[in-house]
Ligand binder design. Sequence first.
Ligand SMILES: [Zn+2]
Length: 170
Amino acid sequence: MHYYERKARNRWAVIRVYLYTLALTLIPMAAALIGKSLAVEAPPPKAAPAAPAEIKTVEPPAERPPAPVSLGSFTITHYCPCELCCGVWADGYTSTGTKATEGRTIAVDPAVIPYGSRVVIAYEDGTKERYTAEDCGGAIRGNHIDVYMNSHQAALAEGVKIAEVYIVEE
Ligand SMILES: [Zn+2]
């Protein structure tokens, strides 16, 4: 055998040993890694069910009448059953068929205040008057209330006022 051939063969032997050693080292490592990745992870322990929250008894709110609903600021005028105030409708009866009554009857825009509503008019001087919406009028539109009075003079004397208007539940 030629010297160089023999040397090459020795070198090959060294490489083989080296590869064999490498294989012996790497295969178990690879197996370990694969095993690890395949291992089924144990499900996390279930949290113990929380103790049921203590049921607190809520005291019902005290019976209280509902708060009045403000409709905002209104123009307040006054009228009587005369022809000047009511024209052809001057018969003393309201558009809902009730007899117009001072201290109770007001004319409203029923689109703003439904008929039958209990209405509180709160004037700027602090006085409050309670009425029922039971009449309407051609000139009563939007935030305008016409308060019924028996006397034309008295109605005129009241003039025009501004007041906050509430609807109250009864
Ligand atoms: Zn009148």
